[in-house]
Write a protein that binds this ligand. Structure first.
Ligand code: NAD
Length: 499
């Protein structure tokens, strides 16, 4: 990749007109590694025109022909997985093995989308009236847009465009300006797989580019993943411009630990869920809720022991794979450090202070942090920190734990650790959260199920990928048909019909 990243339009890299840029850093070293162009409104309008033209051609392909491009794409992504994971690690800062994991979860959506000829079949009813049949078509929408966050530069775009495109839409993707290299490369590979030019365009940019996508009448649908204030803005603006919208926002995920849980397992699960990817995951566990004082004391001791062994280092180091790397940017490091200071001032007990972690580079490093005796109303409890900061919020009973989770404004993911089926069952039924794990700390649904939170973690009706993804990127038309005098002649065909 060159030092100045451009856009990917009509099957090739293109600079377009705007010369505004945003810097890109290697979080492990703190060094600036390049910059990315930021598109103007006129640039984005040009890109939408390309997508509109591509839609006319692509939507006329047979579903099987479209699916075959997806099959090729799956193979190419597999062949290039090491290269892609390196690009993710270089700009995001997550460790290589974690970047490979992200890519695999994205690839699974491509595998799901390969089945689109089956998924997009409509329904049919014979004889709904005398000589009358009724059937439904699931047709593509046109130009769809995706706006994605920094924390999964490959997986989150792959949640969206493979399904949209397999269903016959064209797609304009606006990735995060912090780490666009992996996103640009996955678009390039789709082109190499045989996708016609313009069906997937990538436009880099900031608010100006996003606002154009939200308001241009040629864009039919907007998928957004990012922080809650922007998700809410995207939902309100794009809906007001007549588009269908799914806008996924932030999170504060609680893990309830019951007194009967296997605390060794719970502590291991919490470590990975809280500190993996330096806590920069929308499904990270950021609140541990032990039920009862004795559970809290025992869990805290186990976490402290494990925190001392947390291995932190550069995202790409030959021969070493750490548990977590640095944060994405200096600005984010300052924000997370600020939250730790805020927690101390609010009266929470700072049990391990990640600010004391020292690294010999200028990378954006911070150590694993643990707070205890955290309560609703404190900012470190109420707000998403998006860093390696785990807080313990003690609950005196199961009911108090459920109430705490349900009272929180976010409802993305949650987990309960217990050996008691009755508690687990009741938790699944009563909890006001979109994705629930039972003895599973990060319950991210597989590609053939749908991903999405509740409350202020998702604006819109449909979740991403799985059956909801197919519904989101298609619109249903129902035909009721009658043929008073049908043509009964048939021609003989003796060979196997093929496409
Ligand atoms: P962000 O909201 O800052 O940015 C997301 C996207 O919106 C980027 O492409 C960015 O360029 C664009 N954007 C930023 N400010 C904008 C503005 N004022 N107007 C229009 N567009 C704007 O989020 P981020 O920091 O990149 O990602 C982290 C956030 O994403 C966290 O809150 C995390 O919880 C959330 N997230 C949620 C999920 C989920 O599935 N719910 C998944 C991943 C990340």
């Amino acid at each position: 990749m060159s030092d100045t990243l451009t856009h990917f339009v009509d099957g090739k890299h293109a600079a377009l007109d705007s010369t505004r840029t945003s810097p890109i850093f290697n979080p492990s070293t703190g060094q600036r590694s390049g910059e990315v162009l930021l598109a103007s409104r006129a640039d984005v309008e040009r890109v939408i025109a390309s997508s509109q033209a591509a839609f006319e051609q692509w939507s006329a392909f047979s579903p099987l022909k479209r699916a075959r491009v997806l099959f090729n794409y799956k193979t190419l992504l597999e062949q290039h997985s090491d290269e892609l994971a390196r690009l993710i690690s270089q700009e995001h800062g997550k460790v290589f093995s974690d970047a490979k994991g992200e890519l695999t979860r994205g690839l699974e959506v491509v595998e799901f989308a390969c089945g689109m000829p089956h998924l997009q079949k409509g329904e049919h009813s014979l004889n709904v009236g005398p000589g009358i049949d009724s059937f439904s078509l699931m047709q593509p929408l046109g130009v769809c847009a995706g706006i994605t966050p920094f924390n999964f530069p490959a997986m989150v775009p792959l949640w969206m465009f493979p399904i949209a495109i397999a269903a016959g839409n064209s797609f304009v993707l606006k990735p995060s300006e912090k780490d666009p290299s992996a996103t640009l490369r996955i678009a390039e590979l789709f082109s190499e797989a045989g996708l016609p030019d313009g069906v997937l365009n990538v436009v880099n940019g900031d608010k100006e580019a996003v606002d154009t996508l939200l308001t241009d009448s040629r864009v039919q649908a907007v998928s957004f993943v990012g922080s809650t204030p922007i998700a809410e803005y995207v939902y309100a603006t794009a809906s007001a411009h007549g588009k269908r919208v799914q806008a996924l926002g932030g999170a504060k995920n609680h893990m309830v630990v019951m007194p009967d849980a296997d605390l060794d397992q719970a502590a291991v699960a919490l470590m990975g869920a809280a500190y993996g990817s330096a806590g920069e995951r929308c499904m990270a566990i950021s609140v541990a809720v032990p039920v009862g004082e004795e559970t809290a004391e025992r869990l805290r001791d186990k976490l402290l022991e494990k925190l001392d062994g947390l291995r932190i280092g550069e995202s790409l180091t030959d021969g070493a794979d750490y548990d977590m790397g640095p944060l994405v940017s200096r600005g984010h490091l300052e924000k997370v450090s600020g939250y730790i200071e805020q927690g101390v001032q609010e009266g929470a007990e700072l049990v391990r202070d990640g600010r004391q972690f020292q690294h010999d580079s200028d990378g954006f490093f911070i150590g694993g942090t643990l707070f205890d005796h955290v309560k609703p109303g404190m900012r470190i409890y109420d707000e998403e920190i998006f860093g390696p900061v785990l807080v313990i919020a003690r609950a005196e009973s199961f009911d108090a734990a459920v109430k705490m989770v349900n009272d929180h404004e976010f409802g993305n993911g949650t987990a309960i650790f217990t050996r008691d089926g009755d508690s687990a069952r009741q938790y699944c039924e009563q909890i006001q959260v979109g994705m629930v794990g039972v003895n599973v700390p990060i319950p991210v649904p597989m590609a053939f199920h749908s991903f999405g939170g509740w409350k202020r973690s998702l604006f819109g009706a449909l979740h991403v990928h799985g059956a909801d993804g197919v519904r989101f990127y298609t619109r249903m038309k129902t035909v009721t048909a009658r043929w008073p005098s049908g043509l009964r002649d048939a021609t003989n065909q003796y060979t196997m019909p093929t496409l």
